[in-house]
Design a protein. Structure first.
Length: 457
């Protein structure tokens, strides 16, 4: 019992000594600032004792500086544990205080005495090390690149994310598995070991601008071969080793068109001979559309970088005639829409991407002539289902929610030289110019009309 009491007295003596030294040091170092002492509980037998600990405030990583006509603008990456910031400027050989308790990560310096600044993050327990301005902003926010060292890896294999950003003050990377990587430099890299398909979003901001860019990594999973019984039907793809996307199969007089999960599109005849096989930049997720007049097949592509393509292939040779880039992945099959313009029938290839943007391309050249956004009420869901076209017309039917369908038509804009009011003239001008995608386009301007919306029960 005496030993136990002696031990407790020794511990309390040490605790009082540390507390005294800490108080003296705090008073010596912070002449005008008082910080709280942090404590951590320690169990000694059945007695809880609190001992002082040091909590370090992390240093801000990025301090960006932008010069205007008569001032400097400062922005820096925020520190999550900071309650306020100090800002100083180096003038006449010494640091001068500009702000002592700033609650924002932005500051405007209304003088041009010096371009050298430093920022300190603080909370109630103390302050971080200072960070000098280390990034000069001389233009608009620009993401030069955001890429992966390999977009297809094996499970657990290391892959490197890299990026380069200019004129930025905050950078983070968000992954589809819920991880967020903060406090990043304008030029940096991360090593990742993904266990499954993972997409990454580089989010940047600075001086009232924000931009983002996405990329993704596919993790190869072990594929199991499934033995299926033979049937009495022709099976030209049996035992060919293709990982076929079954919903893309389309039987034509020339053979069977198919796509694979390995970003391939092919044609096989009834004897099982692969007539051609082409490598694509993404996956064809739905059936191709056969253009009998040109003997082409048109198809939509969904890419890993969250964009898409609209392409045409000569079915006789497998030669890609043209691919147009789309702003979002395209899952739905292309449409062949026919309009009557100035008394002449015109056919166009139409693609609708997942975000609800309609691309209209010349059927012969595949040049995109116009883009039109679907009305907001029809974009409640991502556009992933196939769309049915009324043969020989410009009308098509699409599912817009789980229970609603809509019919839409692409029609020439009425050329009206008379306006009943200023607002009606403005509306007419918006219809003519808002959907144009090409300069000096000689084709007639088109608009999108909703014919009906119906509930499916």
């Amino acid at each position: 019992m005496k030993k136990y009491i002696h031990g407790r007295r020794a511990l309390l003596f040490k605790l009082l000594t540390v507390l005294s030294l800490t108080s003296i040091n705090n008073l010596a170092l912070a002449n005008t600032e008082q910080f709280e002492q942090a404590y951590a509980p320690v169990m000694v037998g059945n007695i809880t004792t609190f001992i002082p600990i040091e909590i370090k405030v992390p240093q801000t990583v990025l301090v960006s500086l932008k010069k205007s006509n008569s001032s400097y603008l400062l922005e820096w990456s925020p520190v999550s544990s900071a309650d306020y910031y100090k800002v100083e400027q180096f003038v006449d050989g010494k640091w001068q205080s500009l702000a002592l308790q700033l609650n924002s990560n932005k500051f405007t310096v209304s003088n041009l005495l010096s371009s050298e600044f430093r920022v300190t993050a603080c909370n109630r327990y103390g302050c971080s090390e200072t960070q000098k301005n280390n990034h000069l902003v001389d233009g608009g926010l620009t993401i030069e690149h955001f890429k992966v060292s390999s977009d297809i890896v094996r499970k657990g294999e290391a892959v490197t994310l890299s990026w380069s950003v200019k004129n930025v003050s905050q950078i983070r990377v968000e992954s589809s598995d819920g991880k967020i990587y903060r406090d990043l430099q304008p030029n940096g890299r991360l090593q990742i070991r993904p266990e499954k398909f993972t997409s990454f979003n580089l989010v940047t901001s600075g001086f009232q601008q924000s931009k983002s860019m996405k990329t993704a990594i596919v993790v190869e999973q072990e594929r199991k071969e499934i033995e299926t019984p033979y049937t009495g039907y022709l099976e030209p793809l049996r035992n060919k080793g293709f990982d076929v996307i079954s919903r893309t199969l389309l039987e034509l007089p020339q053979g069977l068109v198919f796509s694979t999960h390995d970003e391939e599109l092919g044609l096989v005849n009834k004897s099982g001979d692969v007539l051609w096989l082409i490598k694509l930049e993404g996956i064809v997720a739905n059936r191709v559309t056969y253009n009998q007049d040109k003997n082409w097949i048109n198809f939509s592509v969904s890419k890993l970088d969250n964009t898409g393509q609209s392409c045409a292939v000569d079915i006789a040779t497998g030669h890609i005639e043209k691919c147009n880039d789309l702003q979002s992945p395209a899952i739905a099959s292309p449409l062949l829409l026919k309009t009557v313009e100035n008394g002449v029938a015109v056919t166009r290839v139409a693609n609708i991407d997942m975000e609800g943007k309609l691309y209209l391309a010349n059927v012969d050249t595949m040049r995109i002539e116009q883009t039109i956004s679907l009305p907001p009420e029809l974009k409640a869901q991502k556009i992933t289902s196939n769309i049915a076209v009324i043969d020989g017309t410009s009308q098509f039917v699409m599912r817009v929610t789980d229970s609603k369908y809509a019919a839409l038509s692409v029609t020439p804009v009425e050329d009206s030289t008379m306006c009943n009011s200023l607002s009606s003239c403005g509306d007419s001008l918006m219809k003519v110019f808002s959907s144009s995608n090409e300069e000096d386009n000689q084709s007639e301007k088109l608009e999108l009309k909703i014919d009906w919306i119906k509930e499916h029960k």
